[in-house]
Structure formats: C-alpha cells, structure tokens
Design a protein around this ligand. Sequence first.
Ligand SMILES: [Zn+2]
Length: 271
Amino acid sequence: MIEITFLGSGGGRFITITQFRSTGGFFIRASRNMYVDPGPGALVRSWRYKLDPRKLDVMFISHRHVDHCSDAEIMIEAMTGGALKKRGILIASKSVVYGDDSYNPAVSKYHLDSLEEVHTPEPGNRLSLGDEELTITPSVHSDPSTIGFRMGTRFGDISYIPDTQYFDELIKWHEGSRVMIVAITRPRDMRIPYHLCTEDVVYMLRKMKQRPEVIVMNHIGMKMHFANPYKEARFIENITGVKTFVAKEGFKVMMNKKEITVKTLRPARFV
Ligand SMILES: [Zn+2]
C-alpha cells in the first residue's frame, strides 16, 4: 500500500498569507518516506497528523517560491536528526539549491552539508528511491527551473504536476499515471500566466488516451477557493469521467494493486 497525506492544499500568495486553506505540501509513504514541497506549516502539520519528520528519507522541492519551500530547512533538520548526522536525500530545482537572479538559495550551505545526497535533476532524469523510481518532469512556470515528477511504484504511477502553465508535452510525460496530483490554481475562465486552470486540466485529460483513475486538485488559489473547488472538481469529473478530489489538510489517498481509496484524517490532539 502506498499512502499520500496532504498537510494542506492552499497555493498562491493570498491563500498562503491568509491561511484560508492550510498550506504545507504532502507526504508520500512508499518504500521510502518522501516529503513534497514543504511550504508554510509543513513541520507543525506533520506532527498534527502523526507523520514523524525525523523518519523522512527524501525531500522533493519543485521550485523556489515561498509557498513551496519556506519550511525546507527545518524539515531537513528533522530528517538529519538536528543536522547532526549525514542523512537523507534532497531532490530540488536548481533555484532551490543555488538561487537565481531573484532569489537566494532556499537551503543554506549548513543544511546542504547535513544531507547525504543533493540532486538538482533535469527533466527526463531518473532517480531510484528504494522500490520506486522517480522520473523528473518539466514545468513552464515563472521559476524557469521548476520540476515535477512521475513516481513509478509496483502499484502504478503517481504524477505530481506542480505550478505550470498548460503545454502539450504534459500529456506525454504524465499519460498513464494512476494518480495525478495537479496544481490547479484557478477556476474555469480565470486563467493567469504560468498556472493551470480547470479548463486546462479538462483539455489535457481529454487528449490523453489513457486517463488517470484519480485526480487530486492541489494548490488552490484565492479565486479558486471562492469559486468553490468542489464545483470545479465536478466539472472535471463530468466531462472527463476521471474521479476528481480536492486536497485539504488531512486528506489521504491510499493506493494498492486493486483500488484507490481516500479518507480525511482528524488532527491529533495537542497537550
Ligand atoms: Zn510558484
């Protein structure tokens, strides 16, 4: 069984600064434990859902925007036992590790040195992580080094399409995945540059010969939040026939050979 737990589903500056929807990325438990896009709240919400960040093996960071990487260093401290032992793998965009014209690196040299491996792969590169294999996929986003992935598992593939505008190549990279986690920032007819809207996703799915079993809408922006993402999910589902869920804090997807099931976890009580 492979489990994906969302610590939040908000994305974009206005949802993030207001926390109208929780933010923080998601956690994949496969043969290795991988955290994806540790945005604001990643550390605190991991504990809230009893996901021990000290047990992480891998961290994947798609790009250097703060809603995806603000908690990167503290999560690396957890993964490396307080930065005291060399442990863990970071797979991230070049902007996260090296910075770019607008941004400093998101991870200090001190934290990079505590990791066992640091990778800044290109689309098409493959990395094996225990029983799984990660294929790096491209994005067209305002951070030009943004990367996504397709994770091959023994139960089928999981695709992560992070912030990107629509481009035809997405079909080739992600066609045939069983679960697609997609950053759908905007509702129908409210497209903005460098992000996907609901119609883009419908268009992409209709062009796929082999559609996914499940889409999880993630990175809900403010306009999407107020347009009602559940209505947008029904729109995708009605046209494409693909079961579409909206991620939220505590939302969990479980995949085995036979079926994909979901539930929403209750937060643990704090004392
Ligand atoms: Zn972004």
